[in-house]
Design a binder for this molecule. Structure first.
Ligand SMILES: NC(=O)c1ccc[n+]([C@@H]2O[C@H](COP(=O)([O-])OP(=O)(O)OC[C@H]3O[C@@H](n4cnc5c(N)ncnc54)[C@H](O)[C@@H]3O)[C@@H](O)[C@H]2O)c1
Length: 369
């Protein structure tokens, strides 16, 4: 069996280099993947704009193939999969070219910066009959995998309400490098707080029920930041969102997420059910029940940790599942169509924030499945 060849674009970036190349692809190259009960090798092509940076990365890791010419890479019939971890605003163009070249596609979130653009990519990919996948890394962390098993076992009873919280303080002053790339805070460069964070919240909420409607309070509390060279720039994207949400099955919820909070809060999801409450972060999951109090007494909370599944890097786990889906017939539910639904959810949040009203999340994705 020839190796499965994956072209990796945006590999010099924060996510591309650390989480995808170091954390997932190099280890998978060593282990191989399973295809039809046999081991299949993986081959990488590193792609980027700057020859010096990409070639150095390739040399450091003994990767034989690298290129600065995306069209040539997409034109290479040996390449099976195109992966995109570029700046978000550059994704649509590269993905469109990869669909035309009939490569299977795996992408960092968001797929596109609005619902219409994401739906168009999903439709084009479906017509080209290629396999698609989106990074949904939090779902593969030990804490959220434990939560998924708690939900599958029905341990919470009927879910009533959901709370989500995430954020940290992103430094804005000239002293010290910003922890996040400055393009994140400039719309013209593809920065989009809602698409960045609520792409994650979409799949976390979907564990419980599809979002049907939202009411959002959005704000930009830090209107001026300093870039990687210490130069000031004006911010034109939000840095805070409080979103009320109505999910399928009558479940209510509230998500608060921002770049202005201390201490840092990891993605934290609390699910209140009729039998128990579960609270999950990427690293832990606890189940709480309360003993029935005597009339007038305060309920006594009982908390127990949910056993953690075996540890594995979450990006690696999801990469393996996607590549085995491409190489065989194993399922992979987080497709471009799923990403388009997430983009429509983000559109509804933006519209609600702008209009100050509840907005429905469209359920109909037309001919795209
Ligand atoms: N899954 C997650 O938890 C998670 C977390 C953060 C970011 N992301 C996503 O990953 C993607 C990359 O984010 P990042 O934080 O690694 O960004 P980054 O700025 O560190 O990297 C961006 C990459 O795009 C490349 N690029 C291509 N053309 C460019 C241009 N004209 N100008 C600047 N860079 C250009 C850069 O060389 C670099 O490789 C984004 O789509 C982001 O939404 C995902």
């Amino acid at each position: 069996m020839r190796p499965l060849v994956v072209a990796v674009n945006g590999v010099t970036g924060r996510m591309g280099r650390t989480r995808h190349l170091h954390g997932a692809l190099l280890p998978l190259q060593r282990s191989g993947i399973r295809s039809a009960g046999r081991r299949r090798e993986l081959d990488l092509v590193l792609v980027g704009r700057r020859a010096a940076a990409v070639s150095q990365l390739a040399r450091e890791h003994g990767v034989r193939r690298w290129s600065t010419d995306l069209d040539a890479v997409l034109g290479d019939p040996e390449v099976d999969v195109y992966f995109d971890a570029q700046r978000s605003g550059l994704r649509s163009g590269a993905v469109t070219a990869a669909i035309k070249a009939r490569k299977h596609l795996y992408c960092e979130k968001p797929l596109a910066l609005d619902g219409a653009a994401a739906l168009e990519l999903a439709r084009d990919a479906e017509q080209a009959q290629i396999r698609t996948g989106m990074v949904q890394d939090k779902l593969f962390t030990p804490g959220f995998r434990a939560l998924r098993s708690v939900l599958a076992a029905g341990a919470l009873g009927r879910i009533l309400d959901v709370r989500g919280d995430f954020g940290y303080w992103v430094s804005a002053d000239a002293a010290g490098r910003p922890q996040r790339p400055s393009w994140n805070y400039r719309r013209a460069d593809g920065g989009d707080f809602i698409a960045d964070l609520f792409s994650h919240w979409y799949y976390l909420l979907a564990m419980v029920g599809t979002p049907l409607a939202v009411s959002a309070l959005l704000a930009t509390h830090v209107p001026r930041r300093h870039d990687e060279s210490g130069r000031p720039y004006d911010v034109d994207v939000e840095d805070l969102g409080h979103v009320l949400v109505r999910l399928h099955g009558g479940v209510t919820g509230v998500i608060s997420t921002s770049w202005i909070q201390r201490p840092p809060t990891p993605f934290t999801l609390t699910l209140h059910g009729t039998r128990a409450t579960a609270m999950a972060t990427p690293d832990a999951c606890t189940l709480s029940t309360a003993t029935l109090p005597a009339p007038g007494a305060t309920p006594v909370p009982r908390q127990q940790p949910v056993p953690m599944p075996p540890q594995e890097d979450e990006f690696l786990s999801q990469w393996r599942q996607f590549l085995e889906h491409v190489a065989g017939d194993t399922p992979f539910p987080w497709t471009f169509c799923y990403a388009a639904r997430a983009a429509l959810f983000c559109d509804a949040i933006r519209n609600s924030g702008r209009r100050g009203t509840w907005c429905d999340v469209p359920e109909d994705t037309g001919d795209v499945r």
